[in-house]
Design a protein around this ligand. Structure first.
Ligand code: ADP
Length: 502
């Protein structure tokens, strides 16, 4: 096992990795930007090293500096967390070429799976079901029209290099095709430096269900119980749960085996997540593989009792996973709410600031993965995630009730947070019944019902209903809001490269 590793990240995920290392007797080196001098991960690590100014490009995204620090401090491996450099194939290769271990899959695998078009092709060849669409890329309107003839409208034009919902365009009618092709391609070009696009059937109100995989270098492949991540805002997850309310043992096995087939087809090593879309008839289709530890990994840990970060460290150091597939079963139910420093009443615009008062909930079945403390100022430069609040209970309803109890205990003063939004979802009857899809927020919370009521809570719900109805404009509104309120006039400052939400 490693004696010392470097953690190339910040916030809650850096803290999460440090905690696993502590328990395993591994020393940790934290890296940080100037604005993160007092951050929790810096305080908790055994050593810490300044990278540079706050913008990610000059700090958490500077691979060369990070590798240099690792060598100087005698770290043997680098854990990239999620976001930043975690899915950058060049970084993974550079780490290996520097004689260090990258805690994740090999650079070549990240490269293959990071190209969604190449990943789709690999899955088709290995018999994993994919969303109907183009086998390769499309270049123009004529090619798009050819596929539309085959699969019918609506379709989704997607970027090969896509991530964080960027470079995606829904096409509902033929006269939208030309502008969608142009728009998706140019957005992808400017976001990822790669304008390649492809086309997929746009599934009606699917569920997003994903499978955690774990593979060692000795040819062992495992799948874990599914995570239901259908509660999304602007294609980004806000609440996740495991197991899914609609997946039974047979479906779990089928999806798990498809995920393992995907892992084998790509030569996967270490932890990863195979994402699927599931239609109303419970057919599932491959979406993409995330080649890193997932934000929502704690719910899998809660229902299986396994520590995924520790397993990552075992795999990366060449160890064998001593798991038995048949024994990896969900026990009880777990839910995660992502608590953001955002204002749900103002279109979820970032609401960063100093945490004047900060009290995390506790008690039975409650886990808080956070990277902050009272007195800490949440910086505007990075994703404004305050914490992930996770509950576990013997069944889904009890896990939801426990989450409501924990959300009520949470005290945050100094910035707005998404706590009230989560409470609204957790009390809502469709959610409680498990009747959800990726359109849930738009369809259920965006409805007019809440606007008619007059209780303070329902007034709040009405405000949210109005804002979710304006979701299309969200990006613009948010950019302007940030520019005005925080006196930061660049959209880039709030969401710098590498900080797509995951
Ligand atoms: P990104 O990598 O940019 O996040 P994904 O391909 O993972 O993009 O898709 C993100 C979300 O977009 C999915 O969880 C789902 O809500 C929606 N989505 C993607 N592809 C489709 C599709 N073909 N039909 C319907 N919804 C889709």
């Amino acid at each position: 096992m490693f004696k010392k590793i470097l953690i190339a990240n910040r916030g809650e995920i850096a803290v999460r990795v440090i905690r696993a290392c502590r328990e395993m007797g591994i020393k940790t080196v934290a890296v940080y930007s100037e604005i993160d001098r007092g951050a929790l991960h810096v305080r908790l690590a055994d050593e810490a090293c300044l990278l540079g100014p706050p913008p990610s490009n000059e700090s958490y995204l500077s691979g060369e500096k990070i590798i240099d620090v690792a060598k100087k401090r005698g770290a043997e491996a680098i854990h990239p967390g999620y976001g930043f450099l975690s899915e950058n194939p060049k970084f993974a290769k550079d780490v290996a070429n520097a004689g260090l271990t990258f805690i994740g899959p090999p650079g070549e695998v990240i490269e293959l799976l990071g190209d969604k078009m190449a990943a789709r092709k690999t899955m088709i060849n290995s018999g994993v079901p994919v969303v109907p669409g183009s086998e390769g890329g499309i270049e123009n309107q004529t090619q798009a029209m050819k596929y539309i003839g085959e699969i019918g409208l609506p379709v989704l034009i997607k970027a090969a290099a896509g991530g964080g919902g960027k470079g995606m365009r829904i096409v509902n009618s033929e006269d939208e095709v030309a502008s969608a092709v142009r728009g998706a391609s140019s957005e992808a070009q400017s976001a990822f430096g790669d304008g390649r696009i492809y086309i997929e059937k746009y599934l009606a109100k699917p569920r997003h269900i994903e499978i955690q995989i774990l593979c060692d270098t000795h040819g062992n492949y495992y799948y874990f119980p599914e995570r239901e991540c259908s509660i999304q805002r602007r294609h980004q997850k806000v609440i996740e749960e495991s197991p899914s309310p609609i997946v039974d043992e047979t479906m779990r096995k089928k999806m798990g085996e498809a995920a393992v087939a995907a892992a084998k087809a790509s030569g996967y090593v270490n932890a990863g997540t195979v994402e699927f879309l599931v239609d109303k008839d419970k057919n599932f289709y491959f979406l993409e593989v995330n080649t890193r530890l997932q934000v929502e990994h704690p719910i899998t840990e809660m229902v299986t009792g396994l520590d995924l970060v520790k397993k990552q460290l075992i795999v990366a150091s060449g160890g064998k996973l001593d798991l038995v597939q048949e024994e990896i079963k969900p026990r009880g139910s777990s839910i995660e709410c992502r608590i953001y420093a955002e204002d749900p009443k103002s279109n979820f615009m970032p609401s960063v600031g100093k945490l004047e008062l900060y009290r995390e909930p506790g008690g039975p079945g409650v886990r808080v993965d956070s990277g902050v403390y009272e007195g800490f100022s949440i910086p505007i430069y990075y994703d404004p995630l305050i914490s992930k609040l996770i509950t576990w209970a013997e069944d889904r309803t009890s896990a939801i009730d426990r989450m409501l109890r924990a959300l009520n205990e949470y005290r945050i003063v100094g910035c707005e947070s998404t706590i009230s939004f989560h409470k609204m979802v957790l009390k809502e009857e469709h959610f409680r019944k498990g009747d959800i899809s990726t359109h849930y927020i738009q369809d259920v919370l965006g409805g007019a019902t809440y606007e008619e009521s007059s209780s303070p809570e329902d007034d709040f719900a009405a405000a949210v209903a109005l804002t979710v109805n304006r979701m299309e404009e969200d990006g613009k509104v948010r950019a302007q809001a940030v520019a005005g309120k925080q006196k930061v006039n660049k959209w880039k400052m709030a969401f710098p490269p590498g900080m797509n939400r995951l």
